[in-house]
Design a protein around this ligand. Structure first.
Ligand code: ADP
Ligand code: MG
Length: 569
């Protein structure tokens, strides 16, 4: 059996594909969500899930939570005498989910589709894969969380070009993504977010409200006990807040050093205090719409994902932002795992889903370092020149042209980076490409740098020097070496097809040629109109974005049909 797993910051879930539909699998306690928490128990054994989460307020030093935030980093969590990385802790959660699924279904789990945030970089994705392998799972594929959520909502059963906006507010992170089907392929068009905003921030806010009422003088807590008290407040705030999702008011209750304290909070009070957090939801929404070039009216669905979207105040804010009610027909904290199972079903070649292929977007920008002249003519080094921009649909291939900077320069050196910072030093260095060039005056030699990148993290760098005819290739693979040579060869062959510049692709070249011919055949206003269209089409071709090119080509063809038709009237 291949399962789908949502490995969340706060909660994880596992699902399988049965009888044509995805189904969540309950854990040993009968719960569909398993807290992503690990704690060292009294007898030295490691507890995972709810038992671990519950120990957070009693044994914060022996308990690790939210470790997904540090996936792919060197951060260590010390539980008792041993230290664990985020990867090890995630593996424990995955192993526990796997055991639950095997117990519940009586089948062996042979493989898993695991979801990751769309913005996870190579290191974070690799670490997630390794966590799966440590847990004894064959990781069939990593799927972006919003893609999974959109699959759970049946995006693949809709027509082309029906963009879904996935609004995911979890325990500690907020992600907005726009997912669309194009030519039968599910794509993430844009993702934006705030990785410091989630249900926990609402808890902190409730804890602060309640603390002001319970302990106005600030005398309740002895020095050194502050962090324990904070955990107690946090746990109580979580209960209060969940109650407020259903009721007009709720009691905030704690027991501290044998004494009970309580404070009643109304929904109105809660919502007023939540306003600054609610305001922070706007920006990422706007950014994702801008990046994807889609207007609110063009969205087919707005779907709610993440447990924190159960809060009525969040739902109202979403309704206001989009001027319509969001879709939450699935439980928001189940959607990602259900979608992962849809993808697992596809992997297992379930007939119901055979048509879907998935692509993703490049979650970060890939580029090289360059030097630029400032207005005074001085050279500034270490400036990032993006080649494949973040949110580009992959597989993608883009080429940029550079010029020599120095007199009789003998070679050109490109350092390759991933990241968003203008200064390359703040981005992740991936490698280096050096090519010899014929010595000429500065600026006379041009060098073309082509980046081709696919969903598995394979990056091919082709550098060519037209003047000398030199061509060199480098390959940077973030794959974990687990792929067979045949698989790698197949992926490289697929990339090779993309390397023809859109200008030279047959269909685009034909449209351009037709437009040029029409230009010669007409005069006056129509000729002017054709000239403008050619210029626009060429500009779109230069941007090398397949979707915009397809749209523009269709427009040009339609316009030419009309113009040519007119002639025979
Ligand atoms: P993640 O994706 O971060 O792992 P989830 O999607 O499971 O997390 O969301 C966890 C968050 O959802 C927590 O902050 C929790 O408080 C919140 N949550 C879950 N149920 C409710 C509810 N009924 N009302 C308010 N918040 C809720
Ligand atoms: Mg989540």
């Amino acid at each position: 059996m291949i399962v789908g797993i949502d490995l969340g910051t706060t909660n994880s879930a596992i699902a399988c594909f049965r009888d044509g539909a995805p189904q969540l699998i309950p854990n040993a306690l009968g719960d569909l969500l398993t807290p992503s928490a690990v704690s060292l128990g009294k007898d030295g054994s490691l507890l995972v899930g709810l038992a671990a989460r519950d120990r957070q307020s009693t044994h914060p030093d022996l308990t690790a939570t939210a470790f997904k935030r540090h996936m792919g980093t060197r951060k260590r969590y010390t539980l008792g005498r041993r230290a664990y990385g985020a990867e090890d802790l995630s593996a424990l959660v995955l192993a526990s989910l796997k055991a639950d699924a095997e117990r519940f279904t009586g089948e062996t789990v042979t493989g898993a589709v695991i979801t990751v945030p769309a913005y996870f970089n190579d290191q974070q994705r690799k670490a997630t894969r390794r966590a799966g392998e440590l847990a004894g799972l064959k990781v069939e594929r990593l799927v972006n969380e919003p893609t999974a959520a959109a699959l759970a909502y049946g995006i693949h059963e809709r027509g082309d070009r029906e963009p879904f906006l996935v609004f995911d507010l979890g325990g500690g992170t907020f992600d907005v993504s726009i997912v669309e089907v194009f030519d039968g392929v599910v794509e993430v068009r844009a993702s934006a977010g705030d990785n410091r905003l989630g249900g926990e921030d609402f808890n902190d806010m409730v804890a602060k409200l309640a603390r002001a009422a319970i302990d106005p003088e600030g005398t309740l807590v002895a020095r050194g006990k502050e962090s324990l008290f904070h955990e107690v407040l946090r746990a109580a705030a979580e209960r209060t807040r969940r109650a407020l999702s259903e009721a007009e008011d709720a009691l905030f209750e704690i027991v501290w050093e044998g004494k009970a304290y309580s404070h009643r909070i109304t929904a109105a009070e809660f919502e007023a205090a939540a306003d600054p957090l609610i305001q922070r939801l706007r920006d990422p929404v706007l950014r994702s719409m801008r990046d994807s070039n889609i207007a609110v009216g063009g969205l087919s669905e707005v779907v709610l994902v993440g447990g924190a979207t159960r809060m009525p105040v969040v739902r109202r804010a979403v309704t206001r932002m989009f001027g319509r009610f969001p879709n939450h027909s699935l439980h928001p904290d189940h959607a990602v795992a259900l979608g992962a199972a849809v993808q697992a079903g596809l992997k297992a070649r379930d007939a119901a889903l055979e048509e879907i292929r998935l692509t993703d977007v490049c979650p970060f920008t890939l580029g090289v370092d360059t030097a630029m002249r400032d207005p005074t003519g001085r050279l500034v080094f270490g400036v990032f020149a993006p080649i494949i921009e973040r949110n580009t649909v992959v597989p993608a291939s883009r080429v940029h042209r550079f010029q020599t900077l120095a007199e009789n320069q003998k070679q050109v050196e490109f350092n390759i980076y991933q990241g968003e910072a203008r200064a390359v030093a703040d981005n992740v260095h991936l490698g280096q490409a050096v090519v010899p060039v014929p010595p000429r005056p500065a600026g006379e030699v041009v060098v073309d740098v082509r980046f081709s990148y696919d969903a598995s993290g394979l990056l091919e760098i082709d550098v060519s020097v037209p003047l000398s005819g030199l061509q060199r290739q480098w390959v940077i693979s973030s794959g974990d070496g687990g792929d067979s040579p045949e698989e790698v060869a197949a992926r490289r062959a697929a990339l090779a097809e993309l390397k023809i510049h859109p200008r030279d692709q047959a269909s685009n070249a034909a449209t351009l040629a037709r437009a040029e011919r029409c230009y010669e055949n007409f005069i006056g206003e129509r000729r002017q109109h054709i000239a403008e269209m050619i210029l626009t089409f060429e500009a779109v071709l230069a941007r090398q974005e397949p979707h915009s090119i397809d749209d523009m080509r269709a427009q040009v063809e339609a316009a030419l049909d009309q113009i040519e038709g007119e002639r025979f009237l």
